[in-house]
Design a protein around this ligand. Structure first.
Ligand code: BES
Ligand code: MN
Ligand code: ZN
Length: 487
């Protein structure tokens, strides 16, 4: 799909769908000047008769016939003073999605304030996200006209912003395309193949370690988690380096459990479905490094994934096992379903050895976090307040919600103590998202700025909203890139 700026003298009636993004006003006041004169009356009539006020999240889809134009979509952004970039993103999404559903190939969009780079970026993101469907495994109905438009043009927009938005939106689509794949398709090996293919396409550095190498590299916690699966683990590193001197080095670590059955502490059936999504953090860091490269950001960006499958088997790791992580710390296993933090422990040790400017890990880590914050907001934990604030700003720009969580509860920290090892992998039940973050902190090098994003349940959209449709959310990729773009 091409996303570009409309030429100065362009004719709206040569587009099959015309989208108008507008702030909340009375239906008589909505500006329709950009429409071909002949259909203005009809559209006004529709808006007035349906009392359409452009409230946030609403849209009017008006069938018309003038030139090539078949639909006018008026998308509401809500009251201007309370509206955010996400309203623009979602408005653009609704206009392009209406076009896609009706099989329209060309779309022209009018957004107030499009000259601003951030507005253009958000609008282009919405457009790039709109035609997304994960439908490769279903037979289409004959009357299903859904198709991605070929061309979306924005009137009077900012060119850089549009290009950034397209890249970021496509990175999120890339992320959810992998995340949506079931575990019989994506296992550690096929995930590594996806990373390699991405690196090949963009000329990035990529290194993959197999199970033997992982063991030889003293990643004893990660290696243990992977042992029960017929699908061997792969440690994946993809690096983007800018031309010339980098402004800094960001390491992004994604949890990559291609399936989490719980292991010997097996999950009940109701909790095991959606666990193909336990690789969503990994997909997000791949999406982020893809966008960083396409945007030619001035930062070096490394994506690290300790990919594994957590399965019960005669060869599985067990409760009570004592493991040794790469930094030498020993871990007593008291629950094999707290596996993500074990894989991340070794990945964070490795990340720390790279001596980056900062590390961010993103993981579907704890049900406790999902209970605390719900399915649309991730938990943010950090040892560096400045990094935390920068992530919060990046999240505002990307429209992906995060909420700061505490890590200063010294009492809770005691629940990670073991009489037999340096730590246990699972602390007390209450505050489970916090103790998980505290556990991870044990494996981050001293003095390295680090943040942990717990995106449990945020990986999977049950109730569509904003630019999200059912299925994998693709959460995180845009936010991570926004963070680096802002530095
Ligand atoms: N992958 C799960 C966490 C999860 C839960 C993600 C719900 C998405 C939705 C993680 O590996 C896990 O099983 N966590 C346990 C930890 C517990 C054993 C301490 C949990 O949250 O129940
Ligand atoms: Mn688990
Ligand atoms: Zn898990």
């Amino acid at each position: 799909m091409r996303i570009k700026i409309a030429a100065k003298n362009f004719h709206a009636e040569s587009f099959e769908t015309i989208g108008i993004l507008t702030y909340e006003v009375k239906p008589e006041k909505i500006s329709l000047d950009m429409l071909p004169e002949k259909i203005r009356g009809l559209c006004r009539c529709h808006l007035v008769n349906t009392d359409f006020r452009a409230k946030r999240g609403t849209s009017a889809v008006i069938p018309v016939l003038e030139g090539k134009t078949r639909f006018v979509v008026v998308a509401g952004l809500g009251v201007k003073k309370d509206s955010s970039l996400d309203d623009v993103r979602a408005g653009s999404f609704r206009a392009v999605r209406a076009a896609a559903k009706n099989g329209c190939k060309t779309v022209a969009i009018f957004v107030e304030g499009a000259k601003e780079r951030e507005i253009s970026r958000a609008a282009a993101e919405g457009a790039a996200l709109a035609p997304y469907r994960f439908d490769k495994y279903i037979k289409r109905d004959d009357d299903d006209k859904f198709a991605a438009p070929e061309k979306v043009v924005f009137a009077a927009a900012d060119e850089k912003g549009l290009e950034e938005g397209r890249i970021l939106g496509e990175a999120q689509n890339f992320t959810r395309d992998i995340a949506n794949e079931p575990a019989n398709v994506i296992n550690p090996q096929t995930l590594a193949a996806k990373a390699l293919a991405l690196a090949d396409e963009l000329g990035l550095e990529c290194e993959i370690w197999n199970e033997e190498r992982i063991n030889n590299e003293n990643m004893g916690a990660y290696y243990a988690v992977a042992r029960g699966s017929a699908n061997p683990p792969r440690f994946i590193r993809v690096t983007y380096a800018p031309k010339g001197r980098a402004k800094g080095h960001a390491v992004l670590v994604g949890k990559g459990l291609t399936f989490d059955s719980g292991g010997l502490d097996i999950k009940p059936a109701d909790y095991m479905t959606t666990m193909k999504g336990d690789k969503s953090g990994a997909c997000a860091v791949l999406g982020a490094v893809k966008a960083a490269a396409e945007l030619a950001l001035p930062w070096k960006v490394t994506a690290l994934i300790a990919a594994a499958e957590n399965m019960p088997d005669g060869n599985s790791y067990r409760p009570d096992d004592i493991l040794r992580a790469r930094n030498g710390k020993t871990i007593e296993v008291n629950n094999t379903d707290a596996e993500g933090r074990l894989t991340l422990a070794d990945a964070l040790c490795f990340a720390s050895e790279l001596k980056p400017d900062f590390i961010v890990d993103i993981a579907t880590l704890t049900g406790a976090c999902a209970v605390a914050l719900g399915p649309n907001t991730a938990g943010l934990f950090t040892n560096d307040d400045k990094l935390g604030t920068k992530i919060e700003s990046a999240a505002k720009v990307s429209g992906e919600r995060v909420w700061r969580m505490p890590m200063n509860d010294s009492n809770l920290r005691k629940s990670l103590k073991s009489p037999f090892a340096d730590v246990v992998n699972c602390g007390e039940r209450y505050g489970g998202a916090i103790t998980a973050a505290m556990f991870l902190e044990e494996f981050v090098g001293k003095d390295i700025a680090w943040a942990h994003i717990d995106m449990a349940a945020v990986d999977f959209v049950k109730t569509p909203y904003s630019c999200y449709v059912k299925g994998a959310s693709g959460y995180g990729a845009r936010m991570l890139v926004s963070l680096i773009m802002g530095l």
